[in-house]
Design a binder for this molecule. Sequence first.
Ligand code: FAD
Length: 534
Amino acid sequence: MTNNIHDLTRKTDDVVIVGAGLAGLFCALKLAPRPVTLISAAPLGEGASTAWAQGGIAAAVAEGDSAEAHAADTIAVGGGIVDEAIALGLACEARARIEDLLRYGVPFDRDLEGRLAVGREAAHSAKRIVHVRGDMAGQAIIAALIEAVRKTPSIRVIEGFVAEALLTEDNAVTGLQLRKADDPTARPLIIASRAIVLATGGIGHLYAVTTNPREASGLGLAIAARAGAVIADPEFVQFHPTAIMVGRDPAPLATEALRGEGATLIDDRGKRFMLPRHPLAELAPRDIVARGVFAEIAARRGAYLDARKALGARFAEKFPTVHASCLAAGLDPAKQPVPVAPAAHYHMGGIAVDARGRTSLGGLWAGGEVSSTGAHGANRLASNSLLEAVVYAARIAEDIAGQEIAAPARLPAALVVLCNSVMPVHAEKKLRAIMSAHVGVVRDGEALAGAVRAFAALEREAGSIALRNMATTALLVAASAWSRRESRGAHYRTDHPVEAPALAHRTMTTLAKAREVAAVLDILAPRSAQAMIA
Ligand SMILES: Cc1cc2nc3c(=O)[nH]c(=O)nc-3n(C[C@H](O)[C@H](O)[C@H](O)COP(=O)(O)OP(=O)(O)OC[C@H]3O[C@@H](n4cnc5c(N)ncnc54)[C@H](O)[C@@H]3O)c2cc1C
C-alpha cells in the first residue's frame, strides 16, 4: 500500500481501478496476480455505499427459484425498458458470484440445514435475498473483501485521492488526474494508464436528502462524460421511500425488509396510506411507495414507519443497524412510529457499458452503480445492484485479462491545473436543494427547465473542479429528465403523468447533448438560471 506522491506520478502498465466499493474491490481481486492500482477517495471501508447495504444480494439460489423467475421480476419493475438479455445474464451468474464471495470470506447467513438463507424483498416473486446477520450484508461484504485485498501483493492501494478528470487521446484514455482529498488547493497529480476501470458508485449526494455517502456525488460519471463518454438513462434515479428523518445527512435507511416483515406506513393519525394506492400496499414497487410517502408529507400529514406490531421487541435483534440509528436519535422503533421521507438512493443511469463493461471510450471500463448496463431499466428491483456490481466486476476483470495493455509512451498533461477543488459550501447546498426540489420524486417541465439552466451555468462557470463535476452530472440528469416527456418507472412528471409508448426506449446521451438542451432553454428564458442559483 502507498500514498506516496512520487509513486503516484508515473507511467504504469497497471490496470487503474477508481473506487473501492464492491465493484472496485472485487474487480481488483479477480485481476490478481495482474498488477492493479486501486484508488479510493476515502480510506478503504469508508465512503462506499456498499458498506451501508442492509438487505443483501438477490440470487436465485433457493429450491424452486430460478434465474428465469429472477429475470422476469427484474423486467417487470423496470418500466418496459430493461434489456432482457442483460437481466437474464445477471440472474444466471448470481450463484457463481455468491460462491466467489463465500470463498473471499463473506459469512452469508445459512438455514438450519446449512443452505444459504434467503429473505424476501419488495416485488420479488420468491425469497431470494442472501444476507448477513439480518441487515449487516454490506459491512460484512466490504470487510471480507478489504481483508482479501490487503493480503494480495499485486494490488497497490492508494487511499485519500479523488479522481477529478480523465485524460484522453483519440477517443481512448491515457491517464487520470487526481487530487488529494484533504488538500483541495494542492496541484493535481497525473497517473498515466491505458486501462482504467471506473467503479465510483452513485450520485445520491447530488440531492439534499439521500441515503448515499458524501463520496457518491456523481464524480465518476462526470469525468467520463467530460471525456466524451456516452451516458445512459441519467434521468432514472430511484428514491428510497423510507429514509429515517432525524436530521442526519446522509439520512439513515429503514430497509425495505422491515416492510417485508410487516411494518406499515401510516400518517400522523395512524392511517395506512398505501392501502388505497396499490394492491401490494407497503410492498408496492419503490417508486409508487416513494410517491405515496412524498404525497403525505406534501399534504402535511407526515409519514411514519410503524413496526410496533410487526416486530416490537424483536426489532433490535432483527434489524440492529436501523435500531441503532433510531436509538441514536432518541427514538425507540419497537415502541414508536419512525418519521420517514423519500431519499435519493440509487442511480439506474450511468456510463453506458456493453455486456463486458466496456464504455464508448477506448481503455475505459465502468462497473457497479456508476455504470448503466440496461439491467434496471427505469426502476431497480431491490438488491439487484450489489448483484450487478459483482457480476460486472468479474466480467470486466475477465475482459481486461484477455488484453495486452502497454504503458503510455509519455505522461499526459494535466487538464485543468488552474482550477482548485475547494467546494463552495453555499453553491453545493444550492445545487443539492435544486436537485431535490426540481429533479426529485415528482418533476415537471418548467421546474426541470429551470434546473437545466442553473446547472449549465454552473458547469460553465464554476471555478472549483469539484463543483463543476457535480454540476456536470446534475446537468445530465436534469436535461434527460426534461427531455423525457412521459412518466416511466422512477421518473414521474406531473405534466406528462403516463407512459408514452413511443418513448419505451433507453436514453443514450452525451454532455454535448445536455449542453444543447440547456442552450435551447436559455434562448427561451435567458434570465431564470441566475435567479435559481443566486
Ligand atoms: C444505505 C444503502 C443501502 C443499500 N442496500 C442495498 C442492498 O441491500 N442491496 C443492494 O443490492 N444494493 C443496496 N444498495 C445499493 C448498493 O449498495 C450500491 O449500488 C452498490 O454498493 C454500489 O457499489 P459500487 O462498488 O458501485 O460503489 P460504492 O460501494 O459506492 O463505492 C464507490 C467507491 O468509489 C469511491 N469514489 C467515488 N468517487 C471517487 C473519485 N472521484 N475518486 C476516487 N474514488 C472515488 C468511493 O470512495 C468508494 O470507495 C444500498 C445503498 C445504500 C446507500
